[in-house]
Write a protein that binds this ligand. Structure first.
Ligand code: PRX
Length: 656
């Protein structure tokens, strides 16, 4: 992020100076109520994580807690366990009838799935997958709506030791294809469709298009969710319910090595090719179970926890599926949009199920703010006792609104910083211990070691700003990039050395040592809490036959979040008009997915370039955010900027 924007963001953050002590009654009942937890973990991080690994059931205990050869690290070496066993089997005896998921479909149907029922479904599906030829180590792609069959599919893979690769249902056929090919998945589990804002998302049609150019897929399992007529390919496609019913419910969980791959999840980097983030089993489950327990203060017997993310992202993997199920907790799983059929859908779900914990993203909170307080106020939200935020910096105004109107002015709000790569929350308040400052993710979780450093890797100290780094791995941290170990090292460990992980975020430390996250410092945008690289969107735009060149920047507004602005030059004879803008937006949706559509597209005769021909995105970012232009001395075509500025401001006027 350019310096000016950093200053602006910090100014906005610091305008809110109120702090919030943990309520005494909360601390008295909190899972973390003694501040000594921080000192203990700092003194002996391995001992601390070892104590957290005791939360799991192990078939064989580990020999070594942490084995490091930076940047490589292994946790709980020699230990054997199974993720599906930890999520299901071990709960059966004492609380098998507890609800694992209160599922709510967008059209209105509901289904409660108990741990026992989920265990049976997972066991049957796991056997069915084996019959389809899936063996330990084979990758399985999953492209599904938010229905109970989605966690079941993940756990069935985990049960037999087949790493899953979940692809978010909002991604296009092309994105699905690339991810399937990169991981060479053998089987795809999908659905006929899913519901979103009253429409059917044609998942099977997309999947069929993707599968035209995937050589590795042998079988496709199709859940009948919408019961629409879909194409079923003879010999390749099978119906989920049929194979599950036909399979035996007896499927012992495969003992997996702590370091065996549990899943791959793709995330955007600064190049066009998404990175397959590799998570393993023992450390990952330890990290997510521990953070989930302490940060959300989970009481499995009484809480009704709701993480409103999509399972297609890491938030859903760690805090809808693995963390909550390992902890034996009852969750809400909602299929659809927050404003369908009306803008109070979330609040009515919370009221119906007496939800006690809500975990969502600032972008969703800001939408709710725009819709107005009447919607939450129509409902009894008094059951809520902890609120969480994730995915992007939360502006203090949204934080306060969230606490006031959703949390009844009483609940702790935990702002949790982490990434697909870290697998688990790394910086967050503990709700019974931490004095909260709206806009700050507060402090590293016990056993996590962060810092803020300058260009040369020197700590900036309290009051300084710079780059966030992690000085020790946390157990859920990824192990590598699938099939690309070099990229793992180059992307994360080249900047500050092999033993310092660089997550790509800027941060500021205040005088109390609180962390204030400032957003990405690379060409990765954070759109509604989802990572998209400028390069990916540019590639999608120039893929259109009318576009000659494209540059994409994120326009950051501390109150609005980040939106995508594209600058395009068109080929000769083509008119850069509204029709083309709509067409290009549609084209990006087709190539990547709707989430990557530019908010605005500015057509220009040329792009600002250095003498060596490099596009100066920094200046385009200044134009997009309406700031004064930075240094233009290295530009070869400075006059073009005036023309771009004029176009951008006339377009902004049209928008109004
Ligand atoms: O820039 C940070 C931002 O989201 C990035 C990680 O994105 P992803 O891997 O998609 O995972 C999102 C959900 C964990 C980070 O590099 N980010 C995430 N949480 C926060 C955040 N920025 C500020 N505050 C947060 N709480």
């Amino acid at each position: 992020m350019p310096e000016k924007e950093v200053e602006k963001t910090i100014d906005a953050l610091l305008q809110e100076r109120r702090t919030f002590e943990p309520p005494k009654e909360f601390t008295e009942q909190a899972n973390a109520s003694d501040p000594a937890i921080y000192e203990e973990a700092e003194r002996d991080p391995e001992g601390w994580w070892e104590s957290q690994a005791e939360r799991l059931d192990w078939f064989e205990r580990w020999d070594t807690v942490l084995e490091q050869d930076p940047p490589w690290h292994k946790w709980f070496v020699g230990g054997k366990l199974n993720a599906s066993y930890n999520c299901l089997d071990r709960h059966l005896e004492s609380h098998g009838d507890r609800v694992a998921y209160h599922w709510v479909g967008e059209p209105g149907e509901t289904r409660d799935v108990s741990y026992r029922e989920l265990h049976e479904e997972v066991s049957r599906l796991a056997n069915a997958l084996k019959d389809l030829g899936v063996a330990k180590g084979d990758r399985v792609a999953i492209y599904m709506p938010m229905i109970p069959e989605l966690p079941a599919a993940m756990l069935a893979c985990a049960r037999i030791g087949a790493p899953h690769s979940v692809v978010f249902g909002g991604f296009s056929a092309e994105s699905l294809r690339d991810r399937i090919n990169d991981a060479e998945c053998k089987v795809l589990i999908t659905a006929d469709g899913g519901y979103r804002k009253g429409n059917v998302v044609p998942l099977k049609d997309n999947a069929d298009e993707a599968l035209e150019s995937t050589e590795s897929i042998e079988k496709v399992v199709v859940v009948q969710r919408t019961d629409e007529d879909v194409n079923m390919v003879e010999g390749r496609d099978v119906v989920y319910s049929e194979i599950v019913q036909a399979a035996s419910a007896d499927c012992p969980a495969e003992p997996m090595d702590a370091e065996d791959i549990l899943y791959i999840l793709y995330t955007s980097g600064t190049t066009g090719k998404p990175k397959g983030i590799v998570h393993t089993t023992g450390g990952y489950l330890t990290g997510v179970a521990s953070t989930h327990h302490y940060i959300f203060d989970i009481k499995p017997e009484s809480d009704v926890y709701w993480c409103a993310a999509d399972i297609g992202w890491v938030t859903g993997h760690s805090y809808i599926v693995y963390g909550p199920l390992v902890n034996g907790c009852t969750s809400i799983l909602y299929e659809g949009a927050p404003d369908h059929p009306d803008k109070d859908r979330w609040w009515s779900i919370i009221e119906d199920h007496r939800a006690t914990i809500l975990y969502t993203a600032p972008t969703a909170i800001r939408s709710c703010m725009k819709w107005g307080v009447d919607y939450p106020q129509k409902h009894d939200l008094s059951s809520l006792r902890v609120l969480g935020s994730v995915g992007e910096p939360i502006n203090p105004e949204a934080w306060i609104w969230y606490q006031e109107f959703i949390g009844g002015g009483k609940t702790p709000v935990v702002d949790t910083w982490w990434q697909t790569e870290t697998g688990q929350i790394v910086i967050s308040a503990l709700p019974g211990l931490t004095t909260l400052k709206p806009g700050s993710a507060t402090k590293p979780f016990p056993g996590s070691f962060a810092d803020v450093v300058d260009e040369s890797g020197e700590p900036v100290g309290p009051g300084g700003g710079g780059y966030l780094v992690l000085k020790r791995p946390v157990p859920a941290m990824f192990r590598t990039i699938f099939n690309d170990a070099d990229r793992y090292v180059e992307t994360y460990f080249e900047r500050f050395g092999n033993d310092v992980y660089f997550p790509g975020d800027g941060a500021k430390l205040d005088d109390d040592g609180y962390y204030w996250l400032l957003g990405r410092v690379d060409d990765v945008m954070n759109i509604a809490g989802h990572r998209i690289s400028t390069y990916e969107v540019e590639s999608a735009l120039v893929d259109h036959p009318d576009v000659a060149e494209a540059a994409v920047v994120g326009r950051v507004d501390p109150k609005e979040g980040e939106t995508i602005v594209a600058f395009c030059t068109v080929k000769s004879g083509v008119e850069g008009d509204d029709d083309l803008m709509q067409e290009l937006r549609g084209h990006v949706a087709k190539v990547i997915g709707k989430l990557a559509r530019p908010h605005s597209i500015i057509f220009t005769d040329d792009l600002p370039k250095t003498r060596s021909g490099k596009i100066m995105r920094r200046l385009l970012r200044d134009v997009a955010t309406g700031q004064e232009l930075g240094d233009v001395s290295t530009l070869q075509n400075a006059p073009i900027l005036d023309a771009i500025k004029a176009k951008a401001s006339s377009q902004a006027a049209d928008d109004e």
